[in-house]
Design a binder for this molecule. Structure first.
Ligand code: DMJ
Length: 763
């Protein structure tokens, strides 16, 4: 944890004690000076006083002995006068003696005062000295505490290093185990082969099914010759080897970064790709303009989080208007798990620590009921995995794995190997959902999370299950890239409807194809190849434009185009620019970036054109209509659920281009949410974005804090590449960053070979 509070606190305390030391020293110095000044001043005063009194007495005396001319007429008179003056003189002397006595008293009193003052000063100096000693003692204790803290940190780091080393060892052990298992499996295959060669009649049985779903060799149509079969298998192995070698070589040659980002850029410098279009002054001005939104979006998060903490701590969801606990999704504190990494990214480390404590002590996976496999994966497993990826704390990985282990049995063990729509957390039993088959997005958007678990634990079972489901989806697509959102849930993989959409039910499958490729450092081209196919078909069949130039992604059902676009589909804007900047140059289609930018603009218009500046759930587009009339909001889809996809597209566009206009789009969305959705305990979904003062739904989905807030905040920070580097992380469909895996050459080859054999018609 990157808590700075302790360090800052002691820094402040040290500064304070330094100030106090200074003050004490100054006090001591000024005390001594004051004391000596006082003594000199008193002495000078006394001297002056004596001089004044003496002078005055002298004056008096000389005036009294003066003989006036008129009074010296004769001798007799002179005697009289002398006696008279002597009398006067005597009186004067007496008076003078009294004055001298008074003067002596004053001088004694003054010197007493001076002595007293000196004593007081000495006592004060003594006290100051003892205060300084106490300060020294405090400073020393603080130093000792800091030393202890440093030591503790070092020990924690050492612990993490040991943990990492252990993980590496475990991973290595698992790899060896895998290799062993593979070797055994191959031996089994060979002995089965040999048996079949020596007993050709068995071939008619059609073969058994191996435990892990890989088929044992069956006779290809029209080929019952055992020698030919053996030759074919050997050829297949040779091809697989050659394929694996090629993939390993290509991935080693991969540029690794086609985004235009300068890899040796220092933190705080503007990205080279941004500077190609904007001056440093323009970028600086944009960052300054966004600062208020950055601070505001952080406050927004804290406000909603505090409401949840106050009213629904530990619940899956909060109802932000009534302050009640919201829907139950598995009783796993879903809001906490989904928001962890946003806290980390926003540097809210105290809040993060508090949530981490809850994860460690209170999180339970014992809900007695069915929960959505997909939602639990993307929000809970993904949330925990991302908290692990960012903080490196093993508790998150431990809990993520615990949950995934409970969910694993819900992956079908036979074709099509999809995960069940729902899972019972106590028993691991799977069950169907509202749809008779499997939803495309549900089968094809759990891979990043499960693969991350395999990558960091070294246990391949999570990745195997998830990849197998993905390969089934690809099989179900036939020769195409696009596929209907309804898939069969039994038997060989196939689509059971023709409804093609990048909105609800389909969306994140396409997103995961691209991101799976990026997640393993571009070493598994099978995902990218399928994504490229899907993008080419999307471009040809679904990307449309209205007369006024609004570019959108239509849907297709039973061969007919439907001119509607879900808010959900806005993610495509971000996905296209991600592909354009992160794929090897030879794969990038020139139109991706501009189509991505245009879709992002349309999604922004979905907000901007409403009186609330909030977007509806879906819009219908009319390509033939005049400008301003080409986007229609249906009555049954006029609500805004605090969804993130437009903010997501804006974030990706900004991340790669640095264009200030994207910050302004995001700023407008942030302000609209603040104005219309803020309620007593958080932020609420609104009923109708067309109404200037919309009513509220009393719902705050967990993705508001997980995604919407994260994307907005990341768009407002000075440079998102310094906060979350997309060369290091890939974001899941719930915006959870998974650290990009860097497989070794041997791992790349093994994976490529497995993939080749998994797709081969005959094994
Ligand atoms: C999120 O849970 C995920 O982004 C999911 O893929 C689609 N729907 C919501 C957000 O709208």
């Amino acid at each position: 944890m990157r808590s700075h509070s302790g360090v800052n606190g002691s820094k402040v305390r040290r500064a304070r004690s330094r100030d106090f030391d200074g003050a004490a020293g100054d006090g001591r110095r000024s005390g001594a000076v004051a004391s000596s000044l006082l003594s000199v001043r008193s002495a000078v005063c006394s001297l002056l006083l004596v001089l004044i009194i003496c002078g005055w007495q002298f004056l008096l005396l000389t005036r009294q002995v003066e003989v006036p001319d008129a009074q010296v007429p004769g001798q007799g008179n002179v005697n009289e006068a002398v006696w008279h003056y002597l009398g006067l003189h005597e009186a004067n002397l007496t008076a003078q003696a009294f004055q001298h006595r008074d003067l002596a008293r004053v001088v004694t009193a003054l010197s007493n005062d001076v002595r007293q003052l000196r004593e007081d000063m000495l006592a004060f100096e003594g006290r100051l000295r003892s205060v300084a000693k106490t300060e020294e003692a405090i400073a020393h204790t603080e130093k000792v505490i800091e030393g202890l803290k440093d030591k503790q940190n070092e020990e924690m780091q050492e612990l993490h290093r040991v943990e990492d080393a252990l993980n590496q060892l475990a991973k290595h052990g698992k790899e060896l185990e895998d290799e062993l298992a593979l070797g055994r499996h191959r031996m089994d295959l060979r002995s089965t082969e040999l048996e079949k060669i020596s007993n050709p009649n068995d071939l008619e049985d059609g073969g058994d099914t191996a435990e892990d779903g890989a088929s044992t060799p069956t006779s290809p149509a029209g080929n019952a010759n055992p020698e030919a079969l053996a030759r074919e298998k050997a050829e297949l192995q040779r091809q697989a080897e050659a394929h694996a070698e090629r993939i390993a070589m290509e991935s080693a040659r991969e540029p690794g970064d086609s985004s235009g980002r300068s890899t040796d850029r220092k933190r705080g410098e503007w990205p080279a790709a941004w500077l190609q279009r904007f001056s440093a002054a323009e970028l600086e001005a944009s960052a300054q303009e966004a600062e208020k939104w950055r601070a505001g979006s952080k406050d927004m998060f804290v406000y909603a989080w505090n409401g949840y903490k106050r009213r629904a701590w530990g619940a899956d969801e909060l109802k932000p208007v009534s302050g009640q606990r919201g829907r139950t999704w598995g009783n796993v504190g879903l809001q906490i798990l989904d928001a962890l990494d946003t806290m980390w990214i926003m540097d809210l480390h105290e809040v993060f620590d508090e949530a981490a404590q809850w994860v460690e002590k209170d999180l339970r996976f014992d809900f007695q009921g069915m929960v959505s496999f997909f939602e639990l994966t993307i929000r809970a497993v993904g949330g925990l995995a991302a908290a692990h990826a960012l903080s490196g704390r093993s508790i998150f990985l431990k809990r993520a794995r615990e949950l995934a282990d409970k969910m694993m049995p819900a992956f079908q063990s036979q074709e099509p190997f999809f995960p069940a729509a729902r899972v019972h957390l106590k028993t691991g039993q799977g069950a169907g959902g509202w749809f008779k088959g499997t939803l495309l997005a549900e089968a094809g958007s759990v891979q990043l999370e499960f693969r991350y678990l395999s990558q960091v634990t070294g246990d391949p079972k999570y990745q195997r299950a998830a990849d197998r489901a993905m390969r089934s989806v690809i099989k179900a697509s036939g020769d195409h890239g696009l596929v209907g959102w309804g898939l069969s849930k039994t038997g060989p993989p196939r689509a059971i409807n023709t409804h093609i959409t990048f909105g609800a039910m389909g969306d994140s499958y396409y997103e995961y194809l691209l991101k799976m490729y990026l997640q393993t450092s571009r070493t598994e081209p099978e995902w990218k190849d399928q994504w490229l196919k899907a993008m080419d078909e999307m471009q040809q069949r679904l990307i449309k434009k209205t007369r006024s130039g609004l570019v959108y992604i239509a849907e297709e059902n039973k061969g007919k185009t439907r001119h509607k676009m879900d808010h959900l589909a806005c993610f495509v804007g971000g996905m296209l620019v991600l592909g354009a900047r992160e794929l090897p140059a030879r794969d990038v289609r020139p139109e991706w970036e501009s189509v991505g930018a245009n879709i992002t603009e349309t999604c922004y218009q979905m907000y901007h054109r409403q009186p609330t500046h909030l977007a509806p759930e879906c819009v219908a587009l009319d390509p033939g209509q005049a400008p301003g009339h080409d986007m229609v909001v249906w009555n049954n889809a006029a609500h805004y659920l605090l969804r993130p996809e437009a903010a997501e597209a804006i974030f990706y566009m900004f991340y790669y281009t640095g264009d200030p206009k994207y910050r302004r789009m995001a700023g407008e969305i942030y302000e609209a949410i603040e104005r219309h959705a803020k309620v007593t305990h958080g932020y609420s979904a609104v009923k109708d974005v067309r109404s200037a003062r919309p009513q509220l739904r009393d719902e705050m989905e967990t993705f508001f804090l997980a995604e919407t807030m994260k994307y907005l905040y990341l768009t407002f920070v000075r440079n998102p590449q310094d906060v979350l580097d997309l060369g290091e992380f890939v974001l899941t469909t719930e915006a959870h960053p998974m650290r990009i895996h860097r497989p070794s050459r041997a791992q790349t080859k093994a994976q490529a070979k497995d993939a080749f054999l998994a797709r081969a018609p005959v094994q």
